[in-house]
Design a protein around this ligand. Structure first.
Ligand code: SAM
Length: 237
């Protein structure tokens, strides 16, 4: 019987192309096929490192169709690398569904360490790192978002979430409905890129500092809820 192939999870840079490991480059060169989100994004990366490999797109709208095909390749001894548009595959992207399917089919999954916006922002935020809650992208409906933040806040750990630059101001105003204005907040913007910026301060200060300016690029928001938050009531829907 043929040995099954391996699914490698390969992190790629979140902005600065130098942030790719030697192992990641070797695996990308060695595998039979690279499964990626947007082939145009991944081709740019591969061209930069003179890597030529067949690519297969895998994104939210074709994932259910693609999973059986990808599993079949793995069953036929092909080694595959999964990458996302940037950062670690499986973090707030469809990669999770493929990884789950591979595990269910007894396929070996090898995870390479590498760049991601969560830890890169957390360690430089100055907020407590001895425990944190990562919420991915928050739920969009204000009621659900409020509840999600209240629940996370009640844990008393640093909260980290992804946000679109266009929604950053609105989301911080909503945070102000949930948390006291004095808690610490950080906006980590354009990490590893030319215009990298950390906007640090109390929630009220940060809201005030960004009210008359445009927030551009990619954004992570971090919050350190204080003790008061623990006693706040968690309102159910
Ligand atoms: N897989 C990625 C990772 O490992 O971080 C995350 C993918 S998620 C679809 C994209 C979100 O990550 C962006 O909307 C932004 O919130 C955050 N992000 C990615 N790159 C970033 C960067 N260079 N600076 C700040 N935030 C970033």
């Amino acid at each position: 019987m043929l040995e099954k192939g391996i699914l490698y999870l390969v992190p790629t840079p979140i902005g600065n192309l130098e942030d790719i490991t030697l192992r990641a480059l070797r695996i990308l060169k060695e595998v039979d096929l690279i499964v990626c989100e947007d082939t145009r994004q991944t081709i740019k990366l591969l061209n930069n490192f003179q890597i030529k490999k067949p690519l297969l797109s895998f994104y939210t709208y074709n994932q259910s169709r693609r999973i059986p095909k990808i599993i079949e390749e793995l069953e036929n001894s092909k080694n595959l690398a999964l990458v996302s548009d940037s950062g670690t595959p499986g973090i707030s992207d469809p990669g999770y569904f493929l990884i789950k399917a591979a595990i269910e089919n007894n396929i070996q999954v090898i995870s390479l360490p590498g760049p991601n916006a969560v830890l890169t922002s957390l360690v430089a935020s100055g907020l407590a790192t001895n425990g944190f809650v990562f919420l991915g992208f928050l739920k969009r409906k204000p009621g659900k978002m409020r509840k999600e933040l209240q629940r996370a806040g009640a844990l008393g750990k640093t909260i980290v979430f992804y946000e679109s630059p266009l929604r950053t101001k609105k989301t911080l105003s909503l945070c102000r409905e949930v948390f006291p204005g004095g808690i610490k907040v950080v906006i980590a913007r354009e990490l590893t890129k030319k215009f990298e910026e950390f906007i640090r301060g109390s929630l009220d200060e940060v809201i005030n500092r960004i009210k008359d300016r445009e927030i551009k690029g990619e954004v992570v928001i971090l919050i350190e809820p204080d003790e008061n938050v623990k006693s706040k009531e968690i309102i159910d829907d």
